[in-house]
Design a protein around this ligand. Structure first.
Ligand SMILES: Cc1cc2nc3c(=O)[nH]c(=O)nc-3n(C[C@H](O)[C@H](O)[C@H](O)COP(=O)(O)OP(=O)(O)OC[C@H]3O[C@@H](n4cnc5c(N)ncnc54)[C@H](O)[C@@H]3O)c2cc1C
Length: 446
């Protein structure tokens, strides 16, 4: 975080309307800003990126199925026709609730209402070595880094003579058997089975492992037994080695050590095992639950602060049906944002606020190119029809007509040709060999 400027953020439009500042333009923050478009609030939306990211499809960027631009959307464009919403790219650092002020790397900003929607980051559960060597997937740039890393590993592997010495470059280990881990493992196995053997005919893929490790007793722990069993069956048929009730102890960039003493050789450890909420300063310890989520009431307001709200992955509302909080998924973030937008408008009209009630719309995960598992509240199904449902739901959820069209064309092409065409190793900057500080063979991606 760069130095926090002690001056107000300049050039913001003047307005007599109450100022609502939204921190974070992910699922919750963006939904709230869109629902309050052209309503009687001055809305200032801040995010450290100038684009919205569609996280459920990160794994397709990582596995060369989609361009990063297909799942990212420029925030300014969304508010072209809005009179009351202003976007600023700024990283938020701290809140001063007494002065009703937030501090960012672009200056400070005063508010009447403040909404935190900062999402979550990867949780390594305290292991510094795993954090250092593993590859997370919580941003579109991290997904792109994974794509570069995998392709660059293969470009290196073809130049290594002995099969034994190539193993760790070719193997992939994914930690975390939730939807992200399952989707990554399925897509990686399909690359291994169908695409890489044609790209790298010099290499033998019989020995290349795709391993999925889960600490709990089953994959997709929050889904139905049918979904869990089918996902395991689909992955096994694709040749993924699934290890449940297995904990990773450490990773040194080459070797994964498991708690039982077993080891796995890999240069690529993809970490999809946990999340922790993004934090800013200005909150006291008792405002947080032990898992780092901020405790809120049924109107998403922070207990002990007036007109400060938290939405999405960073908030925790305890209710009878969800004593440990609502699931940290897009639907929770979207529904909370919708309820808060309505309550803020009710405040204006002097009407009472309505409490948030989570509506479970179900969950799903896809395994490879044409199979998926879907749990709806009253109906569960798996297989090809589930995969079509998954495609449709994700296509509808993506922002922008151009993005929908591009993704639809990409998916159709990949389905028919089985050949995702984005296996490009695009590095941010070319570094001449004479300028490189490390030996070339240690450089994976820039
Ligand atoms: C790989 C992956 C796959 C997923 N798949 C699914 C799925 O299939 N279905 C599903 O329902 N959910 C899925 N999720 C979870 C879902 O994406 C989250 O629950 C949802 O994004 C939470 O919304 P949010 O608004 O709380 O946070 P986010 O959508 O994460 O948005 C947070 C925003 O805050 C910004 N930000 C963070 N810190 C700062 C700061 N200090 N200053 C300024 N801006 C900041 C970020 O740039 C980001 O734009 C997935 C998540 C991941 C990582």
């Amino acid at each position: 975080m760069s130095e926090i400027h002690q001056k107000p953020i300049p050039n913001l439009p003047k307005s007599d309307l109450p100022k609502l500042v939204i921190l974070g333009a992910g699922f919750a923050g963006l939904k709230l800003a869109r629902n309050l478009k052209n309503q009687p609030f001055q809305v200032i939306l801040l995010d450290k990126n100038n684009f919205h990211q569609f996280q459920p499809l990160f794994y397709q960027v990582a596995t060369a199925g989609l361009e990063p631009s297909a799942i990212s959307f420029p925030l300014r464009k969304i508010f072209h026709n809005s009179k009351n919403v202003t976007f600023r790219m700024a990283e938020v650092a701290r809140l001063d609730a007494d002065r009703k002020r937030v501090f960012t790397d672009m200056g400070f900003l005063d508010y009447d209402y403040l909404v935190l929607a900062l999402g979550a980051d990867t949780n390594y559960f305290g292991s510094e070595t795993i954090e250092h060597f593993a590859s997370p997937m919580k941003t579109v740039s991290e997904a792109l880094y994974i794509r570069n890393k995998i392709i660059s590993n293969y470009e290196r592997a073809v130049n290594i003579e002995r099969m034994e010495d190539r193993k760790s470059l070719m193997n992939m280990v994914i930690v975390g058997g939730g939807p992200t881990g399952v989707e990554l493992a399925g897509a990686m196995a399909e690359l291994r089975n169908n695409v890489f053997p044609k790209d790298y005919p010099e290499l033998s893929f019989k020995n290349m492992k795709v391993v999925l490790i889960e600490a709990g007793p089953a994959l997709l722990g929050t889904m139905s037994k049918e979904a869990q069993e089918h996902a395991l069956d689909y992955l096994t048929k694709l040749g993924v080695e699934v290890m449940v009730e297995t904990k990773v102890k450490d990773y040194n960039g080459k070797v994964v050590s498991l708690e039982g003493g077993e080891i796995l050789e890999t240069d690529t450890l993809l970490w999809a095992a946990g999340i922790k909420p993004n934090k800013i300063g200005g909150f006291s310890d008792e405002m947080f639950a032990p898992n780092g989520r901020i405790l809120v009431d049924e109107f998403s307001e922070v207990t002990g602060m007036s007109n400060v709200f938290v939405l999405g992955d960073g908030s925790l509302l305890k209710e009878d049906r969800f004593p440990r909080g609502h699931p940290q998924v897009a639907q929770t973030a979207l529904q909370q944002a919708e309820n808060l937008a309505k309550n803020l408008l009710r405040d204006k009209k002097g009407q009472p606020r309505k409490p948030f009630r989570y509506k479970d719309l179900g969950s799903m995960a896809t395994v490879g190119r044409k199979l998926a598992v879907v749990d709806l509240p009253f109906f569960k199904f798996q297989g090809f029809f589930a995969w079509l449902t998954w495609l449709l739901v994700h296509l509808m959820a993506i922002l922008g007509v151009k993005n929908k069209l591009f993704i639809f064309l990409n998916w159709s092409w990949n389905y028919l040709s089985f050949d995702p065409s984005l296996r490009l190793l695009i590095k941010p900057r070319y570094v001449r060999a004479s300028e490189r500080k490390e030996p070339i063979e240690q450089k994976t991606t820039d």
